[in-house]
Design a protein around this ligand. Structure first.
Ligand code: ADP
Length: 505
């Protein structure tokens, strides 16, 4: 133990290193002088140089080399070697070898130092940016070699002394993502040059870890069946968690504003529920009358019962819609017919419009358009736009209140336009319309349009507003059609759902 420590300190000290090397060189020289050895002393000096290059700094190596030159020259003079032509040639050869080896040694030492320094920089940068490197060598459908950088060991959560392997990488994958790994393996084995994947790991403590991997073939000109890859592996867990937190708080905010809208729509909702209930009561009464007759009219009674069933279903639909809107839930995207979402949303604002004597022009021309979205959130946007339009027309005279709602398909998008004949928007306010807390209403929150925009952007769509030529304003939004959404997501191999992009400005 003590010996090891002493040796370590000895090796760490430049001065001691210098003394040790010089002593070795002098010993070689003395042995050479005393016993007139046949050993080529140049070889011994060179060995000494190599050994000192392995252990000591460039400065010490250079001084040792200079000392060796002096000793060689010294023995050349002391032994009168300069008197024989053969010895002069030998001396020059010895000097040339020593100079060449010294230069090569110093250069290799310098390169090694540089490499070590870069390695340290890289390790530091990888740790800071949470990016590891993985080297993979494939040969005829098999993964022959796997290498990990220090940070890759940390990301995968394996001890540093374990032998990296493809099996260990797969073992860390979330069970739901294993099939994706098979796909990735097949692509690598087939020699695919550039691949980008997002993987979900399941760590031993049960926590998930998200990693983004960019894999490139080192030399794409090599045969496809035997390629070597280098992959940058980034731990994006913190980013995904932040996105999730943002998504949760946005969902909560959307829920609060939905509840506010439902509160404003209380009269409409009561009306929508009351209508079928009243129809149920009157159909029930007539059914009783048909049955109470001397000769019961069963066919008529049956028709009344059918009306009761229809009205009950209608009331049930309205209540289900309201329940969905009032429920606090994480956004879930599914394929829906866009026009159906619009008509379902309009049910809840129907009474509001007729109550305010607003003339409606409905033109739904996107019957076959299907979108991939969250029904409740999209309904929330439509209700918000219609409610804003109704409020903007609150002070217009009754005959002038008109709301046009259009849907249609344009290229790969479905469009909706909500146009009113209200106050319009001050041109200067148009750019800040969708900003949070922008409101011109005395009791407004100013969050409605901001939430609308974040919902539409979450659905990869666009929303905008403009003043009409004559009177009022028009709000429009566009959403990608299902066909288009699928085409986009195909270019990305990722775990399950595509991660949501959020913007909340
Ligand atoms: P709030 O309704 O609480 O004010 P919104 O974000 O829904 O919040 O609307 C922000 C502002 O945008 C409104 O205060 C209003 O000035 C303006 N606005 C929205 N829709 C219309 C419209 N159809 N016509 C005129 N102004 C509108």
């Amino acid at each position: 133990m003590l010996l090891t420590r002493l040796c370590k300190r000895f090796l760490e000290s430049d001065r001691l290193a210098f003394i040790a090397s010089v002593s070795a060189a002098v010993t070689i020289s003395i042995i050479n002088l005393l016993i007139d050895s046949d050993l080529a002393h140049a070889v011994l000096y060179i060995t000494l140089l190599f050994m000192s290059a392995h252990v000591f700094s460039i400065r010490v190596v250079t001084i040792v080399a200079l000392f060796c030159f002096l000793l060689v020259t010294g023995s050349f003079i002391v032994d009168y070697f300069y008197e024989a032509t053969g010895s002069i040639v030998g001396y020059i050869r010895c000097l040339v070898s020593l100079v060449t080896i010294t230069l090569l040694t110093v250069r290799s030492k310098w390169s090694t130092n540089e490499l070590r320094r870069n390695q340290a920089f890289l390790t530091g940068a990888q740790r800071l940016s949470r990016t590891g490197s993985v080297g993979l060598r494939f040969d005829h459908g098999r993964c022959r070699e796997v290498r990990w950088s220090e940070e890759a060991f940390r990301i995968y959560g394996y001890p540093r002394d374990i032998e990296p392997s493809w099996t260990l990488m797969i073992a860390r994958l979330h069970p739901d993502d294993r099939s994706m790994a098979d796909n990735l393996f097949a692509q690598l084995a087939a020699g695919e040059p550039d691949i980008e994947v997002e993987q979900r790991l399941l760590m031993p403590d049960g926590n998930p870890r998200y990693v983004q991997m960019v894999i490139n073939a080192i030399n794409p000109n090599t045969p496809a069946h035997s390629r070597e890859y280098v992959a940058a592996l980034m731990d994006i867990t913190a980013m995904r968690q932040a996105e999730q937190a943002l998504l949760d708080s946005r969902a909560q905010l959307a829920h609060v504003t939905r509840m506010t809208s439902l509160g404003e729509l209380a009269a409409s909702i009561a009306h929508e529920v009351n209508q079928p209930l009243a129809a149920i009561v009157s159909s029930g009464e007539s059914c009783m009358r048909w049955i109470d007759r001397e000769k019961p009219e069963l066919e008529e009674a049956k028709l009344s019962l059918q009306r009761i069933i229809q009205c009950s279903l209608r009331a049930n639909d309205v209540i289900a819609g309201i329940r969905a809107l009032s429920k606090k839930c994480v956004p879930q995207r599914q394929h829906y017919a866009f026009d159906k979402i619009v008509t379902d949303a309009l049910v809840l604002v129907q009474h509001e419009m007729s109550h305010k004597h607003i003339k409606q022009q409905l033109s739904l021309d996107a019957a076959n358009a299907r979108i991939n979205g969250d029904r409740v959130q999209l309904q929330q946007v439509i209700i918000n736009l219609v409610m804003n339009a109704c409020q903007a027309m609150g002070n217009s005279c009754q005959g002038m209140r008109s709301l046009k709602l259009r849907t249609w398909v344009e290229r790969c998008e479905v469009m909706i336009e909500v146009s009113d004949s209200g106050t319009g928007i001050d041109e200067a306010d148009l750019p800040s319309l969708f900003n949070p807390f922008y409101t011109t209403k005395a009791e407004g929150l100013g969050m409605g349009l901001s939430i609308c925009r974040s919902i539409i952007e979450f659905h990869d769509g666009r929303i905008w507003a403009a003043n009409n030529e004559g009177q009022g304003a028009t709000f429009m939004f566009a959403l990608p059609l299902v066909r288009h959404t699928q085409a986009v997501s195909k270019t990305f191999i990722g775990p399950g759902e595509q991660s949501p992009r959020l913007s909340f400005s």
